[in-house]
Design a protein around this ligand. Structure first.
Ligand SMILES: Cc1cc2nc3c(=O)[nH]c(=O)nc-3n(C[C@H](O)[C@H](O)[C@H](O)COP(=O)(O)O)c2cc1C
Length: 206
């Protein structure tokens, strides 16, 4: 199916995860603008359930990297991964966290969820808020391109929210979800092409 060249569709289609960055800092105003545009996402009950931590200082990044590494190491050891694999994975993850030009932690605030009496509706309610965080992050990644920036998401904090919360001294109401790593792309490597989309696998009509 041809991709539209209308500007919004073209920007959405052009967005890719970028994991290699030029050694250039991103200024604080730009970070603020990107978070503001993220917060224009649709959300349940007219809420704004997104919270962002700009993890800017080297010491905060070290604490975060240590906390995530300890949690992941424990998971990997339980899964009986080899020492070599564990070291390789943790080393890569640490350098991603400490070296990204800009590091944001995206959290969810759930204080506006409706308190349903049954588990099914409580889960559905939570899902609605989680979806809205995806929308906010997509906003942020798309808007980043307007500033010449690109980046990617890491879902690791979802797997160790409490150590992440402690490392960054966050309120218990902030639920750590994603890291957003951003910077000016290092254009030396070619981006792999997307696999062609078979629309019939994604859309049916009844
Ligand atoms: C919920 C979520 C979690 C992700 N976690 C990671 C991650 O931990 N590490 C990573 O390198 N990329 C991560 N990504 C990026 C995906 O790998 C990427 O979006 C996917 O490969 C499609 O490539 P594209 O973004 O270039 O279209 C994540 C994306 C999403 C939406």
């Amino acid at each position: 199916m041809p991709v539209s060249d209308a500007p919004v569709s073209a920007a959405i289609s052009a967005r890719r995860s970028v994991r290699k960055f030029a050694r250039l800092a991103v200024d604080g105003d730009t970070v603020e603008r990107l978070v503001a545009i993220a917060c224009s996402a649709p959300a349940p009950h007219h809420s704004r359930p997104w919270r962002f931590v700009h993890v800017a200082s080297a010491s905060a990044r070290e604490r975060l990297a240590d906390a995530m590494a300890d949690a992941w190491r424990a998971d990997l050891e339980r899964a009986r991964e080899s020492v070599h694999t564990i070291d390789r994975l943790l080393k890569r993850s640490r350098s991603q966290v400490t070296e990204a030009p800009t590091l944001l932690l995206a959290c969810l605030a759930l204080d506006e969820v409706r308190r349903w009496p049954d588990k099914t509706r409580r889960l559905a309610e939570r899902d609605m808020f989680v979806q809205s965080l995806g929308a906010a992050l997509q906003n942020l990644l798309l808007a980043a391109a307007d500033y010449g920036l690109a980046g990617y998401l890491k879902g690791a904090p979802l797997f160790c929210p409490e150590p992440v919360r402690q490392a960054l001294d966050l309120s218990p109401d902030w639920h750590p979800a994603f890291l957003v790593l951003l910077g000016y792309p290092d254009k030396s490597g070619a981006q792999a092409l997307r696999t062609p989309l078979a629309i019939d696998a994604h859309l049916i009509t009844r």
